[in-house]
Design a protein around this ligand. Structure first.
Ligand code: CTP
Length: 229
């Protein structure tokens, strides 16, 4: 049997999170955000097409499972962490596109709150930072990509998140601008990596941006491995 170079190499294991999370204050009402999940699903699909083995953990979205991708559906931030944690232990690449709610109601009523009973001020408590928590367990060779959605001062905030969340790459985008961010099929993103100038991708479709991102992540992993990190 001929043994071609690279033939036995196992595929890159890529873990992607996508979509919004929901934090309930009673069984029928929740706080959330308008994330459509399109960017994360496009990345999962592009990674699969690149021959990677892909797990996708998704909040509630109206998108079909990308072909060939193992999908776990969750609702809350805690459920997202619980689904990601065991998969993170064995993945090579983590891409956190999920728009995880930072706060949740401190109490969840066991039954539907009737409108005349609702206390109009809902006390909130923080939801864990999933990315930061996972990155604390980062193994040598693991490559972590975070996202940063900002209305202003993108580079300053994105570079701060690069350090705080121990990421190898932050993909930043502006929200609240036409043709970019939540819901849109198009996007313009800015890439921030340690000791490198910012780089712009797009405007382009989320599918095209996803393909280029997967290519760059593959390249970035290679460079990191070459540097012996
Ligand atoms: N993230 C996370 N857990 C959270 C909030 C965010 O893992 N509770 C991840 C997101 O998936 C994203 C990155 O952290 O990859 C940055 O998310 P973003 O909402 O831009 O920033 P925050 O950390 O929430 O900070 P802030 O809201 O103050 O900008």
């Amino acid at each position: 049997m001929v043994n071609l170079p690279g033939m036995n190499a196992s595929p890159i294991r890529c873990l992607v999170s996508a979509g919004p999370t929901r934090e309930y204050f009673d069984p029928v009402r929740f706080l959330s955000n308008p994330s459509s999940g399109k960017m994360g699903y496009a990345i999962a699909e592009a990674a699969r097409q690149a021959g990677w083995q892909v797990d996708l953990v998704s909040g509630p979205v109206a998108l079909a499972d990308p072909p060939g991708v193992n999908v776990t559906r969750v609702e809350t931030g805690q459920e997202m962490y619980d689904a990601l944690a065991p998969l993170f232990a064995t993945c090579d690449v983590l891409v956190m596109t999920a728009a995880i709610m930072d706060y949740r109601p401190a109490e969840k009523a066991p039954q539907k709150v009737k409108k005349d009973q609702l206390d109009m001020s809902v006390r909130m408590e923080p939801v864990m930072d999933v990315l930061k928590t996972l990155a604390q367990r980062k193994r040598p060779g693991q490559y972590i990509v975070g996202f940063a959605a900002e209305t202003n001062d993108l580079e300053t905030y994105a570079r701060g998140k690069l350090l705080k969340k121990k990421c190898d790459l932050i993909v930043g985008n502006y929200i609240g601008r036409a043709g970019t961010g939540f819901q849109s099929d198009q996007n313009t993103v800015f890439l921030f990596a340690p000791n490198q100038p910012a780089r712009q991708l797009g405007p382009a479709s989320k599918v095209e941006i996803a393909r280029e991102l997967v290519r760059l992540i593959g390249e970035g992993r290679g460079t990191k491995a070459d540097s012996g990190e």
